[in-house]
Design a binder for this molecule. Structure first.
Ligand code: NAD
Length: 241
């Protein structure tokens, strides 16, 4: 990790923030791409003695992402790793799901992964690099009320395996993490009854923490994961196995 530069999308809060902070703890420099203010996270990382730049960018805006990635290379010298973490939900049963619910979720969760990955790979062709994309348990096993979200997260898995095959010979690895229920604003929104039901179904009887995803991300992009590519790793307390 030492002196590497990692772009973390959606790094202003939640899982992305935990990933950005842990990679900085391990000696990496960080660029945060987010549509909300990432200055707080950037400040925490700078206080750790690492470089951190915040870019306000919508991951699905191909042109803006291209410019932001060029900015990272210019200002921070290189791009070593990408963590595709930005994601949204718009949950509804299919019969109530509007076209805009479908389009919005696919645009951010799937097109965002396409645009960021394409923009960094240009820079990684000579140096190699590592890409970790945050999928979801919903993308692996489906979830009622999340057809749009599950489709976007399953799409990330096919995308990741294709990139792993296309760019392996260039020393670029691509992996996906499929979290189960992790304690963030996304899951805080669930009501107590739903949470109780979930705990019953999870063998470890609790939600995971953002740090659980950060540790695995570090493993995958550091030397420890150097022979792992095209994988989807479940982190879900046993909810799906
Ligand atoms: P969160 O809502 O707390 O954080 C998501 C971040 O993405 C926010 O900072 C948000 O501003 C940013 N973002 C949203 N749209 C964006 C866009 N167009 N461009 C740039 N940034 C954008 O969510 P979280 O729980 O931390 O989730 C992070 C990732 O993990 C998501 O991809 C999510 O689908 C996935 N995930 C979460 C859980 C969970 O239980 N929390 C489970 C499985 C997968």
């Amino acid at each position: 990790m030492k002196d590497s530069v990692t772009i973390v999308t959606g790094g202003a809060q939640g899982i992305g923030k935990a990933i950005a902070e842990f990679l900085a703890d391990k000696g990496g420099d960080i660029a945060i791409f987010d549509i909300i203010d990432g200055d707080e996270t950037a400040g925490i990382i700078r206080d750790k003695g690492r470089r951190c730049q915040f870019y306000r960018v919508d991951v699905a805006d191909v042109q803006a992402v291209g410019e932001a990635v060029d900015g990272v290379v210019k200002e921070m010298g290189k791009v070593s790793n990408l963590v595709n973490n930005a994601g949204i939900t718009s949950d509804k049963l299919l019969l109530r799901m509007k076209e805009e619910d479908w389009d919005r979720v696919i645009r951010v969760n799937l097109k965002g992964v396409f645009s960021c990955t394409k923009a960094v790979i240009r820079h990684m062709l000579k140096t190699g690099g590592s890409i970790v994309s945050i999928s979801s348990i919903a993308g692996v096993m489906g979830n009622a009320g999340q057809a749009n979200y599950a489709a976007s997260k399953a799409g990330i898995i096919g995308f990741t395996k294709s990139i792993a095959r296309e760019y392996g010979e260039r020393g670029i690895r691509a992996n996906a993490i499929a979290p189960g229920f992790i304690r963030t604003k996304m899951t805080d929104a669930l009501d107590d009854k739903t949470k109780e039901e979930m705990f019953k179904a999870i063998p470890l009887k609790r939600f995971g923490e953002p740090s659980d995803i950060a540790y695995l991300t570090y493993f995958l992009i550091s030397g420890y994961g150097s022979y792992i590519t095209g994988e989807v790793i479940n982190v879900n307390g046993g909810l799906y196995m």
